[in-house]
Design a binder for this molecule. Structure first.
Ligand SMILES: Cc1cc2nc3c(=O)[nH]c(=O)nc-3n(C[C@H](O)[C@H](O)[C@H](O)COP(=O)(O)OP(=O)(O)OC[C@H]3O[C@@H](n4cnc5c(N)ncnc54)[C@H](O)[C@@H]3O)c2cc1C
Length: 382
């Protein structure tokens, strides 16, 4: 089993290719885009020289020791802490909602315990078994914080009312009763010094890996290979024969200027009347660099249509049903494994993507050694 195709040169495809190459295979990698790194692609903006995250801001964070050590072979991570602000109801607040946010919003000087008691007094405890996002938020934080921080943003992000979204989206109490405004809880957090494209370029830089950019891989090519790892969209592989799985896509509006535009990396906009969800000022993702000029992108979220780039899988009931049917089709393919965020139609952070690709490579190598069949999925999408 030596003739291997890997579709996609994002984290999924690159890590699989590297692992197979190091095990002696000569994988051929295909990507339809003119660049590697998939949605994590970064490049220097020619006007400002700022390192720009072309498909939206990416901040690496993980608790997975194996993934952290693996990626540190290919890049130097610079220290970076994700701190987000939000503009809502004409004022600026710290996110995620923490003690500073609560004290500023309500004009108080609460201690952690006082703030906890106060938020509990705001929560709508008449909602016993929350079914929707809105009910869950009202039950956790009450109407005022829900309307300021969740309602408009969620409506814009998902294009539907929070009363139509499942409660499961808001799993935990989205509030901290201290002044910790680090967005992530993970032990390791950082930015690759030369950007994600250089990092993924280093992963792919192996004499046994053949890289083919601007090359679309189609289902009818699969029989030319012993095995195919497919990190493109599962519905696209089957030419959307059962319909299109729902995604949200993003439009980016460029904003340029001198000096600083907004004074932080990410500013969310909570009001529904502001059409974009957030503005990212990209030089703040490389705080160790200095730039005189600045470039920002405002993000507009909308339904993904044919020809758009799929960003966030929607995964409501309707999509789950269609996904189940695609998974059945995939099980009928003889020599294809579906991997990554698009192949399994899940939102995956980069560390999870890398972890799953490493585990898939381990499993593939062990199965092919003993001539056992390779599964269509290493992680069940449903
Ligand atoms: C807006 C946004 C922000 C994010 N921010 C973060 C963050 O801050 N931190 C974090 O950890 N994660 C973040 N993520 C998640 C991160 O983008 C993913 O974990 C990562 O991109 C998954 O890698 P992948 O290789 O599975 O998919 P992709 O990066 O999408 O790569 C798939 C590749 O396959 C190619 N392809 C598809 N079909 C074909 C075909 N038929 N033939 C040839 N090539 C094909 C595509 O061109 C693409 O390059 C974010 C995601 C989004 C949408």
């Amino acid at each position: 089993m030596h003739n291997i195709a890997i579709v996609g040169a994002g984290f999924s495809g690159a890590v699989l290719a590297r692992e197979l190459a190091e095990a002696g295979y000569r994988p051929r990698v295909f990507d339809s885009r003119p660049h590697i790194a998939g949605n994590c692609h970064t490049e220097r903006d020619p006007e400002s020289n700022v390192m720009v995250h072309k498909y939206g801001p990416h901040i690496f964070h993980t608790d997975n020791e194996r993934v952290w050590e693996y990626l540190n072979r290919f890049t130097h991570f610079m220290p970076y802490t994700n701190r987000v602000k939000t503009t809502t109801q004409g004022r600026v607040f710290s996110l995620p909602i923490n003690l500073l946010t609560i004290n500023q919003y309500f004009g108080k000087t609460f201690s952690p315990t006082e703030a906890k008691d106060f938020i509990e007094s705001q929560a709508d405890l008449t909602i016993r078994d929350p079914q929707t996002f809105e009910e869950q938020a009202l039950r956790f934080v009450g109407r005022e914080l829900y309307e300021a921080f969740f309602k408009g943003y969620t409506q814009k992000q998902w294009g539907c009312s929070p009363t139509q979204l499942p409660a499961s989206i808001l799993k935990r109490l989205p509030v901290r009763f201290n002044y910790d405004d680090n967005y992530f809880f993970h032990r390791y957090q950082g930015m690759p010094k030369d950007g994600y494209t250089a990092l993924i370029g280093n992963i792919l830089d192996h004499p046994k890996i053949e890289l083919n950019l601007e090359t679309v891989f189609r289902r009818d090519q699969a029989n030319q290979f012993d095995h195919v790892f497919y990190s493109g969209p599962i519905d696209g592989y089957f030419e959307f024969q059962l319909g299109r799985l729902g995604y949200r896509t993003l439009d980016f509006k460029e904003i340029r200027g001198e000096g600083d535009y907004q004074g932080c990396a990410v500013m969310n906009y909570g009001d529904e009347s502001v059409p974009y969800t957030r503005i990212a000022e990209h030089k703040y993702f490389s705080p160790w660099e200095e730039h005189d000029n600045t470039v920002c992108f405002a993000e507009y979220s909308r339904e993904c249509e044919a020809g758009d780039i799929p960003y966030y899988p929607i995964r409501l009931m309707e999509e789950q049903d269609m996904l189940r049917r695609y998974v059945e089709l995939a099980g009928g393919e003889q020599n294809v494994s579906f991997v990554g965020r698009l192949g399994t139609y899940r939102y995956l952070d980069m560390d999870v993507t890398v972890g799953e690709a490493l585990a898939a490579a381990d499993q593939f190598l062990s199965l092919s050694k003993s001539a056992q069949p390779v599964p269509a999925f290493f992680v069940a999408p449903v």
